[in-house]
Design a binder for this molecule. Structure first.
Ligand code: VGL
Ligand code: ZN
Length: 205
């Protein structure tokens, strides 16, 4: 017997589940234009989930921040952020390291010059696309906890999806100390359920 028994509160993956990886892009990792502190720590964590979802034949969706040059969120235009994730540039590429399945679907967001869109659901076809593919439950991780993960999770819940927040695979920007913890609180309060990899039923990595 090398199978460990399921933990109480274990979550068993099933048809209708999808892994939603938020903005795992070079500019959000150490050395990038808008580096999230310890952002690279989510890579090995997400790899375990990516592998599991791929092995079980479940959908993986990757959102990406995909700004035009001169996006309204850039400090060059009076916005809060240094220019980052400009469409087609190296900084906007997916981070090296994560085992992104070839079958993963990509959702580009915040592509309009004059509108910020932190959430993967804002100004995209994501909700319709997930529904059309029969997705009911979303496992959400990535960067950053207090911006794009938070807004994506809150929108997912509003859209009627069940959300499991991968608390071992998210990291905050923390412009203000405590922003990460507050964002997690807000997501859980809105109905997201926290999960760690060890809680997934079945074999480990
Ligand atoms: C993000 C700030 C600006 C994020 C994107 O992915 O959380 N944060 N653009
Ligand atoms: Zn952005």
């Amino acid at each position: 017997m090398n199978e460990t028994p399921d933990l109480p509160g274990a979550v068993r993956l099933r048809a209708g589940d999808a892994l939603l990886v938020v903005d795992l892009q070079r500019d959000f990792l150490p050395g990038g234009a808008l580096a999230v502190p310890d952002g690279d720590r989510v890579v090995p964590a997400l790899n375990r989930y990516l592998e599991r979802f791929e092995r079980e034949g479940l959908l993986v969706v990757l959102t990406r921040d995909w700004h035009p040059t001169g996006h309204v969120s850039f400090n060059t235009r009076g916005g809060p952020w240094p220019p980052h994730c400009v469409a087609g540039t190296p900084g906007a590429e997916f981070a090296p390291g994560p085992r992104l399945p070839a079958s993963a679907q990509i959702c580009s967001k915040a592509t309009q010059p004059d509108a910020e869109a932190y959430s993967g659901f804002e100004g995209t076809e994501l909700a319709a696309s997930l529904r059309q593919q029969g997705i009911k439950r979303l496992f959400v991780g990535g960067l950053a906890t207090d911006y794009c993960v938070r807004t994506t999770v809150l929108d997912a819940l509003r859209e009627g999806f069940e959300v499991l927040l991968l608390v071992d695979a998210i990291r905050p920007v923390e412009v203000q100390p405590g922003d990460g913890a507050r964002a997690e609180q807000a997501m859980l309060q809105a109905g997201a359920r926290p999960i760690r990899f060890e809680q997934l039923a079945g074999p480990g990595t």
